[in-house]
Design a protein around this ligand. Structure first.
Ligand code: MN3
Length: 201
């Protein structure tokens, strides 16, 4: 709903050390994410109430109904806002290490187990050329798949619901990992809030 606001992190900026460093979290949340929110609001300023009353997820799900003159702005900045808002909730300093229950079963049945899943997900994250995201996503039939999207494109625009996602823009890791995207991906596995991921199923 317009005006959109920056959500607070569900933990302190230094809570994910040493995997995601404090400085990166401060800039990533306080500068990058804030800019997506501000620019989304700018794009929506002149939109009518039919568009302004939608949540950011609703905007992306029905992106074809967004007026053409602001559509790319909503894709870039609305996608950025939605993707980051989702991303923060996937992380926790109290990571349980491994998924359990239904989520563990689904990863086993779909990908051949947690290790195979991680391997495929990391491949998608490494293979995304330039800026973008890797996702575990669910289609309308509930089927899981691993995809990657460019820039801030959201799975919601493809009719998919995100279950797990990883930001592979350089701004997400460059301060701490420089060009070592693989090390950043390895760190990500250490701080995943698997119970939250299970809820997203
Ligand atoms: Mn980012």
């Amino acid at each position: 709903m317009f005006p959109h606001t920056l959500p607070q992190l569900p933990y302190a900026h230094n809570a994910l050390e040493p995997y995601f460093d404090t400085k990166t979290m401060e800039i990533h949340h306080g500068k990058h994410h804030r800019a997506y929110v501000d620019n989304l609001n700018k794009a929506l300023e002149s939109a009518g109430p039919r568009i302004q009353k939608l949540t950011v997820d609703e905007l992306l799900v029905s992106i074809k109904d967004v007026p053409e003159n602001i559509r790319q702005g909503v894709i870039n900045h609305g996608g950025g806002h939605a993707n980051h808002s989702f991303f923060w909730t996937l992380l926790t300093p109290d990571a349980p290490g491994e998924p359990t229950g239904d989520l563990a079963d689904r990863l086993k049945n779909t990908f051949g187990g947690l290790d195979k899943f991680k391997e495929e997900f990391a491949k998608a994250a490494m293979g995304r050329f330039g800026s973008g995201w890797a996702w575990l996503a669910k289609d309308r039939a509930g089927e899981l798949s691993i995809i990657s999207t460019a820039n801030q494109d959201s799975p919601l625009m493809q009719g998919l619901a995100p279950v797990l996602g990883l930001d592979v823009w350089e701004h997400a890791y460059y301060l701490n990992y420089q060009s070592r995207r693989a090390d950043y991906i390895a760190a990500f596995w250490k701080i995943i809030n698997w119970p939250k991921v299970a809820k997203n199923l």
